[in-house]
Design a protein around this ligand. Structure first.
Ligand code: DAR
Length: 461
């Protein structure tokens, strides 16, 4: 039975099986034998039943591997729901705790794809001090109140990823599909990256494409502030003020101006000016409308302490006070991805050289971001690309189904949770952020676009 096996899937399967061998070495012999026998039978059965694709087998193998890891760790991190503890916290006099813990435990059953819910351990939570329990509850509240979350948590302080390591190390490993404890390495150097054309140019015209809207952004947080979910209005004003000092230096090199949403700020803009910047993709939308961010505290005090710096030519932008303290990006309509990638690196080096600005960084997790999905590089590299055949029904469903195995995310033209273009234009970007280098991400975008062009042409037939 010839299974459609993509290179990505085979790579994932071999990584998985390598990781399984690693894990099974730390299990008791009997457990290992039973597990391997079970896996063997499972795999044979899958091939015999001619599953539609090896992808589903690999996904199930990944779940088994994560379960193996829990066993191999001697079960000291138990994600089962202890009824007595559930009753204890569901009836807590602290309403925030009562709501958060009862809902996250309920989501374990109703929404198994909610990573925070599936890996939350009430026994681990119970082992923490009251103050630590409140802090961890704030991290997971978004996933509790929004059961359909994918990740479901945000850090409130740059140190949370280590402070609550038993929880965060597991959700990070599960989301990014890397072994726990994997260390991120930053690298902007394109040379030698797999998939890079010989001339080093990520040239869209070589893929038969016209000029596209190209954008590369990174999330960064200032190390001397709490992360956005835990900031007070005063913190947000202080952070904005610190960035305005930096913008005075950037204006000398890149021109442009800062646009503030803070009432009474010297650079305050009108509603019409704000709407025009959002329409031009230069400014982020009203965060208070996003329940995932609102329930994480990230949208609190809107619009105080929010704004954006836009360079004179409009191609270099810094958002202030969105999901991370800063979203630093370069965008342009063009045909060579290197342009926006190289410009962003230059701009970032300039920002990082400004006295007093220090980005939160971890030896393990790389650049620290609010959402664990952005850890490492904090980078999203994207293009807006017309896919009329893969969106012929007016939705992005077929496009997402094709892009997922290609390692690509599909978003609307305004970013997450926004509609695609009426002409079938979608926002395409590699999903990976962590344990992948910056250079690999922008090259993966180019390779992904090449594969998507072929899929779009096939869909036409
Ligand atoms: N709704 C959140 C989003 C996670 C990824 N996107 C971010 N960080 N903007 C979820 O957990 O599904």
């Amino acid at each position: 039975c010839a299974l459609p096996i993509s290179a990505t899937t085979m790579a994932s399967a071999s990584r998985m099986l390598r990781s399984l061998r690693l894990r099974s070495s730390s299990l008791s012999k009997a457990a290992a034998a039973a597990t391997v026998a079970g896996l063997g039978a499972f795999s044979v059965n899958a091939v015999a039943s001619c599953e539609p694709g090896l992808d589903s087998v690999v996904t199930r193998l990944e779940k088994v591997a994560n379960r193996l890891e829990a066993i191999a760790e001697g079960g000291d991190y138990d994600t089962s729901v202890d009824a007595a503890l559930l009753a204890k916290y569901s009836n807590s006099s602290d309403g925030y705790i009562a709501s958060c813990i009862s809902k996250i435990c309920a989501a374990k059953v109703t929404n198994p794809s909610n990573i925070t819910a599936s890996l939350f351990s009430i026994k681990y939570f119970d082992s923490l001090s009251e103050a630590a329990q409140k802090a961890l509850a704030m991290c997971i509240n978004s996933g509790a109140q929004n059961a359909d979350s994918g990740m479901g948590c945000y850090a409130m302080s740059p140190t949370d990823y280590d402070t609550y390591g038993p929880f965060f190390s597991r959700v990070i490993a599960a989301y990014h599909k890397v072994p726990r404890g994997s260390k991120h390495v930053t690298d902007w150097n394109l040379s030698g990256v797999e998939g890079l054309p010989e001339d080093g140019q990520l040239d869209l015209t070589k893929l038969g494409l016209p000029a596209l809207s190209m954008r590369v952004r990174v999330g960064r947080n200032l190390s001397d502030f709490k992360l956005p979910g835990a900031m007070s209005a005063a913190d947000r004003l202080r952070m904005e003020q610190k960035m305005c000092v930096a913008f005075e230096k950037l204006k000398q090199k890149f021109g442009g101006r800062y646009h503030s949403l803070t009432p009474g700020h010297p650079d305050h803009i009108t509603n019409d000016e704000y709407n025009a910047l959002v329409k031009g993709h230069k400014m982020f939308k009203d965060m208070s409308d996003d329940s995932y961010l609102a329930d994480a505290g990230i949208a609190s005090d809107w619009p105080v302490g929010r704004g954006c710096y836009v360079s004179g030519d409009g191609g270099f932008i810094i958002w202030v006070g969105e999901e991370d303290h800063l979203r630093i990006m370069c965008m342009n309509k063009g045909t060579v991805l290197n342009e926006v990638f190289d410009r962003l690196k230059t701009a970032l080096d300039t920002v990082e050289s400004i006295e007093g600005l220090k980005f939160a960084h971890s030896d393990t997790y790389g650049y620290v971001t609010s959402c664990p999905t952005n850890l490492g590089t904090g980078m999203r590299a994207s293009v807006h690309m017309k896919c009329p055949n893969l969106t012929a029904d007016g939705t992005d469903a077929a496009c997402k189904a094709v892009c997922k195995p290609l390692g690509l995310s599909v978003r609307g033209l305004g970013g997450e949770h926004t509609p695609i273009g009426a002409d079938g234009t979608v926002d395409i970007s590699p999903s990976a952020r962590f344990c992948i280098s910056e250079a690999q991400i922008v090259t993966a975008l180019y390779t992904g676009i090449k594969n998507l062009v072929a899929e779009e042409a096939t869909a036409k037939k």
